[in-house]
Ligand binder design. Structure first.
Ligand code: SAH
Ligand code: SF4
Ligand code: F3S
Length: 448
């Protein structure tokens, strides 16, 4: 009988995409995907190291799984992903329950490491690669509407707070051809949305093709498919990319553009390589080139030496840009990074207070921005029933906002509908269907 694998995934979307690659690799070798944890012969945690609390959560989970392993000693437990890379042997030596530790560039050899572990030894593979992109691996994906596609791996930016360059290694891109082929396959399977992923997609390069070329090539595959992407670094977001978004109506008008801090002094200490003036100019230019574009961001509160003034500068940038959404974090020192050598001198209660102010401000802005949409019509991709009631459907706008509206007899999951917004909270829009929407027709309209 074939062994069954169960993977739990933590961290960013790239980790979720990697889990599908790992399952693709293991299925090729005859493994089956377990439906539940109790059914599994091998349990793998695909882990994240970005902040200390991410790692603590995984240690907690390992504690629970230890009990399961005590009852079922033949069960294999493994750590994949960024913690595997960061902690390596410590995980095996200190946390003796782990049988496998396999980092993000060694998944091709995972079947070998599992065999080693089944034979009673520890399977350890933590080498990083300059070339591995898993270009030829078909990820294992359940049928659905939305898919993630990693188009590049690693990061060369070395922001001083960040572990990613250490856990994911150097930047490398997949071939344009293989990404386009994957989009084509997903379109044939009925997917309606793909998100192209990379830690800094603006650095994508395959021969002379840059990220704008890749986006356009993907957008052409199926005009009924929405194309999203994340993450863009403010240093090298090109005009060409902005025009490509503007000219292709199925590339979503939504840019995740992490600012991290509003203070130039802190940005420099973070090695973010741009100034706030550059950042704000970029936002202004994008808004001119792409009417209706929306932005989200990442913000860190309490980076070393951050003063009250620096914090106020962050709040000021948030007010100027008026983001549609933000991911907001307390600074967490990570061993091995440059910032780790700076003193973590902002007390935790100050970090908490600043973070709360940032969250409160973002909530107010999100609420106001959503209120401004009342009376407007939005094109929504129907994703399913709303979380609260089967009488309502839910989907997202081009700008990634959730919209809830009463169900209608001939509207199905995967349809595009135009919804007139009549109510809004900071997190959700509510409305009524106005009409069925066809991307192709709207495209023709745009073209004449
Ligand atoms: N490559 C992306 C995202 C990287 S991780 C980018 O450059 O934006 C996602 C976010 O986690 C970062 O943008 C940052 O805001 C946050 N983050 C990374 N390291 C952190 C740390 N040590 N402490 C707190 N937040 C951190
Ligand atoms: Fe980390 Fe900076 Fe790379 Fe993003 S760009 S992954 S924050 S080093
Ligand atoms: Fe976490 Fe690694 Fe992603 S550290 S955020 S899983 S790249």
């Amino acid at each position: 009988m074939n062994s069954k694998i169960y993977i739990e995934t933590y961290g960013c979307q790239m980790n979720f995409a990697d889990t599908e690659i790992v399952l693709g690799i293991l299925k090729n070798k005859g493994y089956e995907v377990a439906n539940s944890i109790d059914d599994a012969d091998v349990i793998l945690l695909n882990t994240c190291s970005i902040r200390d609390n991410a790692e603590q959560r995984i240690y907690g989970r390992l504690g629970n799984l230890k009990n399961l392993k005590n009852q079922k000693p033949e069960l294999l437990l493994g750590i994949l992903g960024c913690m595997a890379e960061r902690l390596r042997k410590d995980l095996i030596e200190e946390k003796k329950i782990v049988d496998l530790v396999v980092g993000p560039d060694e998944y091709r050899r995972l079947p070998e490491y599992i065999d080693i572990a089944f034979n009673g030894e520890k399977g350890i593979g933590v080498r990083l690669s300059r070339t591995e992109t898993y270009d030829d691996i078909e990820p294992h994906r359940e049928d659905g509407l939305s898919a993630w596609i990693s188009v590049m791996r690693g990061c060369d930016k070395f922001c001083t707070f960040c572990v990613v360059p250490f856990t994911r290694g150097r930047e490398r891109s997949r071939s344009l051809q293989s990404v386009v082929q994957e989009v084509q396959n997903l379109s044939e399977r009925g997917f309606k949305e793909v998100t192209l992923l990379g830690q800094n997609v603006n650095s994508y390069l395959d021969c002379e093709n840059d990220f704008a070329d890749l986006l356009e090539a993907c957008a052409k595959v199926d005009r009924n498919m929405r194309i999203r992407f994340t993450t863009s670094h403010p240093q090298d977001l090109s005009d060409k990319l902005l025009y490509t978004i503007a000219e292709n109506s199925n590339i979503c008008n939504y840019i995740h553009l992490p600012v991290q801090s509003g203070s130039n002094r802190i940005l420099e200490l973070m090695n973010r390589t741009y100034t706030i003036e550059h950042y704000l100019n970029l936002i202004e230019k994008a808004r001119k080139i792409i009417p209706g574009v929306s932005f989200s961001t990442d913000i860190i509160a309490g980076f070393p030496t951050e003063t009250w003034q620096d914090h106020l500068a962050t709040l000021e940038v948030m007010k100027q840009v008026r983001y549609d959404g933000a991911y907001m974090f307390k600074y967490s020192p990570r061993e091995g990074t440059k910032a780790y050598r700076m003193e973590d001198d902002v007390p935790d209660e100050v970090k908490t207070k600043r973070l709360q102010e940032i969250i409160d401000l973002q909530q107010t802005i999100s609420y106001q921005k959503n209120q401004e949409l009342i009376g407007k019509e939005e094109v929504v991709l129907v994703e399913g029933f709303s979380r609260k009631s089967d009488e309502f459907l839910a989907g997202r706008t081009d700008t990634n906002k959730v919209v809830v509206f009463p169900k209608f007899y001939n509207i199905a999951v995967g349809d595009y509908v135009t919804v007139k917004i009549n109510k809004a909270t900071s997190a959700t829009l509510f409305g009524e269907i106005v009409e069925n929407f066809s991307f192709k027709e709207s495209l023709n309209l745009k073209c004449v």
